[in-house]
Design a binder for this molecule. Structure first.
Ligand SMILES: *[C@@H]1O[C@H](CO)[C@@H](O)[C@H](O)[C@H]1NC(C)=O
Ligand SMILES: *[C@@H]1O[C@H](CO)[C@@H](O)[C@H](O)[C@H]1NC(C)=O
Length: 380
């Protein structure tokens, strides 16, 4: 009852306050826990911005399995929710492997933002190359189902649970079955799956395709506005032009790296456990989708980046100049006297700029956000 009034007000508040208020909502899972009884999903809502007071009226977080598209057998015992304060909720106590497979959603934050996570069985016949694919309107989307346990039958692709396309098993290319969708439009967004004919649906590869409502680098109702140039793999929101930053990065253009093991819009959250963000997948509001934490990659997010790579899913490449070294969480760490994303800026050229030298000292102490990016030059 307490929430009723605020809920009714929500749509108006949302319209009034949405611009400039990216929603800080993260749904995370530990992919190393393959045993259903130990597996859990946690949804974390960040601090409301100062003065917004969002937390005062925010209805509670919701976290549940969404059975509308991926249907699995009814669990013998349903998992249970554990609330920890108003900003954190955990779903645990699964009983069998099939209880984990499918779509989970967390709803929270301003405008009741929904964050989705798609869980694949680690023992499936086919595995997705990436669980979420974010593409721009007009792009060609390519979903790849990797053969994990071969079966000599056709592969059926479905979108949102309905038949879409068949590939003959001979059509595998380098152990992958590809679905190419040219010139995608937002209505092509949804859940896609690839299944061997006559195999259990639980052996499928499940994907989520997110199609931004505008072409690359554009946002707005007519797509006429230019995105701010999101760095470090941040994705420009097609409705408000804000960058949705990968886990482990912060700033209006995602220009700053968090300290290792931290995430959230202002790096306020700490990965649970003792191994940092190893093994965790992070799902953020659309159009970001899901990825490993910064410094990690692989199906279970437990492979460290190879030298020279950094960031979420290790998708970024260091290009350090002037003796900078590559840190897999933050990018280039510059020797004293240099700074900038590639250590391309010298302290000499900043003489008279007190602010810049102050930032350099912060960098030397390994303060959050120092390392690579305090000056935030565009990556591309
Ligand atoms: C609740 O969350 C806090 C902050 O992350 C954590 O330190 C604490 O252990 C959690 N409490 C429970 C009961 O899980
Ligand atoms: C899948 O369902 C979503 C949500 O209902 C819808 O927006 C989308 O257009 C659907 N996509 C396809 C390919 O049917």
């Amino acid at each position: 009852m307490v929430w009723l009034g605020p809920l009714l007000l929500l749509p108006n508040l949302f319209l009034a306050s949405h611009v400039g208020a990216a929603v800080d909502l993260t749904l995370l899972a530990d992919l190393r826990l393959v045993e259903p009884r130990r597996f859990f999903l946690t949804c974390v809502s960040g601090e409301a911005g100062p003065g917004r007071g969002a937390d005062a009226w925010a209805p509670p977080l919701l976290l549940e399995k969404d059975d509308r598209i991926v249907r699995t057998p009814r669990p013998a015992q349903p998992p249970h929710l554990v609330r920890n304060g108003s900003r954190r909720i955990t779903l645990r106590g699964f009983s069998q492997p099939s209880d984990l497979v499918g779509v989970f959603s967390c709803v929270g934050g301003a405008g009741r933002t929904r964050v989705l996570y798609v869980h694949n069985s680690p023992g499936a016949h086919l595995l997705p190359d990436k669980v979420t694919h974010t593409v721009n309107k007009g792009d060609t989307a390519v979903l790849a189902a990797l053969v994990h346990k071969e079966k000599q039958t056709d592969v059926i692709w479905k979108s949102n649970g309905s038949y879409f396309y068949t590939l003959d098993w001979h059509e595998a290319q380098d152990g992958r079955f590809l679905l190419q969708l040219p010139n995608v439009q937002p209505p092509s967004s949804g859940i896609y799956s690839a299944t061997y004919l006559e195999a259990s649906p639980l052996g499928s590869a499940f994907f989520r395709l997110i199609v931004r409502g505008c072409g690359a680098g554009r946002w707005g109702p007519d797509c006429t506005k230019e995105c701010p140039g999101c760095l470090h793999g941040g994705v420009c929101h097609d409705l408000d032009g804000e960058c949705v930053c990968p886990p482990g990065f912060t700033g209006t253009r995602c220009e700053q790296a968090c300290r290792e093991g931290r995430f959230g819009q202002s790096c306020q959250e700490q990965c649970p456990g003792t191994s940092g963000c190893r093994g965790l997948t992070f799902c953020l509001p659309d159009p970001y989708g899901c990825s490993c934490g910064s410094g990690w990659r692989g199906h279970q997010c437990q492979e460290a980046c190879t030298p020279g790579h950094f960031g979420a899913d290790c998708r970024l490449q260091c290009q350090c100049q002037n003796g900078g070294t590559c840190d897999r969480f933050s990018g280039c760490v510059c020797p004293s006297g240099w700074h900038g994303m590639h250590c391309e800026k010298s302290a000499l050229s900043d003489r008279g700029d007190g602010d810049a030298s102050a930032k350099m000292q912060v960098t030397d102490q390994g303060h959050p956000g120092g390392a690579s990016a305090s000056q935030g030059a565009p990556a591309c």
